[in-house]
Design a protein around this ligand. Structure first.
Ligand SMILES: [Zn+2]
Length: 493
């Protein structure tokens, strides 16, 4: 008996040791480095230039006939007028009338170039909400602390911060070692087919590919939603795919006085209920695992043990994340019925009922695979599952390796400029223009290098009172300066 007890205690001790070892082995991913020295920049001038850019309503509309392209012409003119040194020194190429590529030739042209991206278009303003804006969305209002308006965060803040950084480095006599390309699309908010896609074709045609690509993405936010205290710099190493399916239930219609046991509406409702009750499988590997490790290393002992020992706690982690919409979106392909239609009259049973279901595909899943799983879950021949014709869709983006040198370099730059944050790799739930650049680099990162943003400000993106603090904007300029500076040398020094 004593021996059995001893054996059990021994096992418990070994298990505890393994759990603790794994928990602490998550380590601190923070590389060693000293915070960068900040450059003196003329922030007032930078604020004025961004504010002037906000005033130009470069609005994307799903119906391209309603887009007013004169604003895009004006925006391009404005950039040229405000940043003459940049346009005099860098080569510039206009792509499909309104998108812009800049090329800053490196001292060593054989080195693979890098690409920085942003977009010049913004989403429209919901007319109903116009009176809820503190300042007009295209007024470009800047007070002591904040720049207000549509596009300040998404994505003219990034765009102007990149321009300011180049301008600043040119004044300092800097030339990069690696060639730096900059690409600004003009229709990201409606899929990027006219802007980013055409720019990507330009690069392909000219045989240009990139060491790494940095586009907009998650910025620096409070760590609360990740369950940690430090602010998080979320760098997306992939983005989810997008697919919409149409479910069509067919049957015999008829008079509502003598309905069959099951009507088309009932059949369709049943199919949707099955989809909601059986979520697609969670995928906790790959980039998601890297995310768990990065946030786990910052957690208190118990959650740290759980995050560090996925081999044992996978089920628990899945349950915790599945419980909230944001957590659920991180670990699986999501299922969202968004439109339902059937019937024309209260006493007629419709012969057909239709539903539209939107899926956001996690890396590891594919459009074909999800369609197969949906059919198996519904398991009813009376319900047709099909992709609506002409519907936009994309597979999940390949995952860029978060252990690559390029990711580590980017991480280092983030820590240099934002020493109090935790860099967390992960999968972006939303799409960016990089979806058109997947063949041009294995290292595609989506991170808006602006300073820390209040969680409430994140919600203003695409919403009411979009804004950015001047402090965050200034940090953003410092970030892009530091990033580009590390890719070359100062010729004057
Ligand atoms: Zn954007």
């Amino acid at each position: 008996m004593k021996n059995v007890l001893k054996a059990i205690l021994g096992l418990v001790a070994v298990l505890t040791a393994i759990l603790l070892f794994n928990a602490y082995n998550l380590g601190d991913v923070r590389p060693l480095g000293s915070p960068t020295k900040f450059m003196n920049i003329n922030i007032q001038k930078a604020v004025d230039r961004l504010s002037g850019g906000i005033k130009i309503p470069t609005i994307s509309q799903m119906n391209s006939n309603s887009i007013d392209y004169t604003h895009f012409v004006n925006f391009n003119r404005y950039l040229r007028r405000e940043f003459p040194k940049v346009f005099d020194t860098l080569d510039s190429f206009v792509i499909n009338k309104h998108s812009l590529i800049l090329k800053w030739g490196g001292a060593q042209p054989l080195k693979k170039p890098i690409l920085l991206m942003a977009h010049m278009d913004v989403v429209p303003i919901d007319e109903q909400s116009l009176d809820q804006w503190t300042y007009p969305p295209f007024g470009g209002k800047a007070d002591e602390e904040i720049i207000w308006g549509r596009g300040t965060m998404d994505c003219k803040g990034n765009l102007f911060a990149i321009m300011e950084s180049v301008d600043h480095l040119l004044s300092a006599g800097f030339q990069p070692t690696q060639t730096i390309f900059i690409a600004f699309g003009h229709d990201e908010e409606i899929g990027g087919n006219e802007g980013a896609k055409k720019s990507a074709e330009y690069f392909s045609k000219n045989g240009i590919s990139f060491d790494f690509i940095l586009d907009e993405g998650g910025g620096i936010t409070s760590g609360k939603s990740f369950g940690i205290e430090k602010p998080v710099a979320f760098v997306a190493v992939s983005e989810k795919g997008y697919m919409t399916l149409e479910l069509v239930a067919r049957g015999t219609g008829g008079h509502s006085s003598m309905p069959k046991k099951e009507t088309t509406i009932g059949i369709l409702a049943n199919a949707i209920t099955k989809l909601q009750a059986n979520p697609l499988p969670a995928r906790l590997g790959g980039a998601t695992k890297q995310m768990f490790q990065a946030i786990g290393a910052e957690m208190k002992l118990l959650p740290r043990i759980i995050m560090g020992n996925q081999w044992l706690f996978e089920g628990l982690i899945e349950r915790i994340f599945s419980a909230s919409p944001a957590g659920n979106a991180v670990i699986r392909t999501t299922t969202a019925p968004t439109i339902i239609s059937a019937g024309v009259k209260d006493n007629v049973i419709p012969a057909q009922a239709k539903a539209i279901v939107n899926f956001r595909l996690i890396p590891g899943d594919s459009a074909d695979g999800v369609i197969q799983m949906v059919k198996e879950t519904i398991n009813d021949d009376r319900v047709e599952v099909r992709q609506p014709e002409g519907q936009f869709g994309s597979e999940p983006a390949p995952v860029s390796d978060p252990t690559s040198i390029q990711f580590k370099q980017l991480t280092q730059k983030i820590y240099d400029v934002f020493p109090d944050v935790v860099v967390v790799p992960g999968i972006s739930p939303g799409g960016t223009d990089t979806k058109h650049f997947l063949d041009l680099s294995p290292n595609i990162f989506r991170f808006s290098g602006l300073g820390k943003t209040d969680d409430s400000d994140m919600k203003r993106i695409h919403g009411i009172d979009e804004r950015i603090s001047i402090k965050a904007y200034e940090k953003g300029i410092q970030f892009y300066i530091h990033l580009m500076e590390s890719l070359g040398k100062n010729q004057k020094l």
